[in-house]
Design a binder for this molecule. Structure first.
Ligand SMILES: Nc1ncnc2c1ncn2[C@@H]1O[C@H](COP(=O)(O)OS(=O)(=O)O)[C@@H](OP(=O)(O)O)[C@H]1O
Length: 331
């Protein structure tokens, strides 16, 4: 999200933000155009970028975004995702009574309620967020239906586990530069709040999240097909370049990644959730004004950056993107 925020911020592009300064579009409800600031108020017809948390619903997103919008999403291995989700949302509804992730998995039918408000965090989270049914039947046809829906809607599906390769494919698809996608990991947890999982627990997570697991396997495969088409050597070269660039920016900007208690600038403290301790960054002292702005933006957490962009957009009286006529294709 930080990459999109910075790209739009630098170019004064307009963002579709959630109403009332929220960072989510009334999640876990399905996305609705009513949840978009300015659009709801009728001040602005179209936006350049929409990237905040939502449960995706194409028909409503299409009301807000231009016809030629590029849609992309990112999937993650459901095993590490569930471990992360449990630590982020341990204190709420669905996980609150479970003594551990293992306890939750062993007694899932007791803890998980299909109508529960926080159930999205506990089962097939990606399937849910993509607007599909997380409690769907486990059949080959259902898996295929999910793959096909996702690949019809999204122009590009990235994989968190290959973050740098993903960034290279993204910048290529959008005709951006490596500078545009150079970024630091954000929302990283301290090691003490990460848990190593046994083989047995990993297998239980895969079968509990079978719809996500099938999505992940399919798109992991299609991701590497795309890399093949891009060129393995070319990919390797560009990933190396990206890592060098990140290392250089890090030398300029960062003193280090630290526990939130040790942050010098408290305004850069990431939101802390559940039992997770989310790390932040201390910037190098004595940065010049231009470097300071760039460095600060690169480590500004999601909630604070959203607030900055909302304020900026309000002051500029909502610059809008013209709604273009639909392109009729010969089908
Ligand atoms: N660059 C990069 N490469 C690989 N992984 C990364 C990167 N940046 C963030 N992360 C990991 O993503 C997890 C947080 O995801 P999000 O930023 O989407 O969080 S949130 O949903 O907005 O709360 C969180 O995972 P966990 O640490 O396992 O919880 C981050 O560590």
């Amino acid at each position: 999200m930080n990459i999109l925020f910075r790209f739009g911020d630098l170019r004064n592009l307009s963002f579709a933000h959630p109403t009332n300064g929220n960072s989510q579009f009334s999640y876990p409800s399905y996305f609705s155009s009513r949840f978009v600031d300015a659009f709801y108020q009728g001040n602005c017809s179209m936006f350049h970028i929409m990237c905040q948390h939502m449960r995706f619903q194409l028909t409503e997103v299409e009301k807000v975004m231009p016809r030629d919008t590029f849609y992309f999403t990112i999937l993650r291995n459901p095993v590490s995702q569930m471990e992360s989700s449990f630590s982020y949302y341990k204190s709420i509804g669905v996980f609150s009574k479970a003594k551990s992730l293992e306890d939750f998995l062993h007694n899932a039918s007791r803890y998980y309620e299909i109508k529960g408000l926080s159930r999205s965090y506990a089962k097939n989270l990606m399937t849910f967020d993509l607007g599909l049914n997380p409690d769907g039947i486990l059949s080959t046809k259902q898996f295929q239906l999910n793959w096909r829906t996702v690949e019809t809607v999204f122009d590009l599906v990235l994989i968190t586990d290959y973050f740098d390769e993903s960034l290279v494919l993204l910048k290529d698809a959008l005709c951006w530069t490596l500078e545009d996608v150079a970024s630091f990991p954000l929302n990283t947890r301290t090691n003490s709040t990460k848990k190593n999982l046994s083989e047995e627990t990993q297998d239980m997570i895969k079968s509990w999240n079978a719809l996500d697991w099938q999505l992940y396997i399919y798109f992991n495969h299609s991701f590497w097909n795309r890399v093949e088409i891009y060129g393995r050597k070319r990919m390797q070269r560009e990933v190396e370049e990206l890592r060098k660039l990140r290392a250089n920016i890090s030398m300029t900007c960062l003193e280090g990644e630290v526990d939130p208690a040790n942050l010098q600038d408290k305004s850069l403290k990431p939101y802390q959730s559940g039992i997770a301790r989310i790390l932040g960054y201390n910037l190098k002292p004595g940065l010049g004004p231009a470097d300071k702005l760039l460095c600060q933006r690169m480590v500004t957490p999601e909630l604070q950056y959203t607030h900055l962009l909302v304020q900026k957009q309000k002051q500029s009286k909502y610059y809008c993107v013209e709604k273009k006529e639909p392109v009729t294709k010969n089908l």
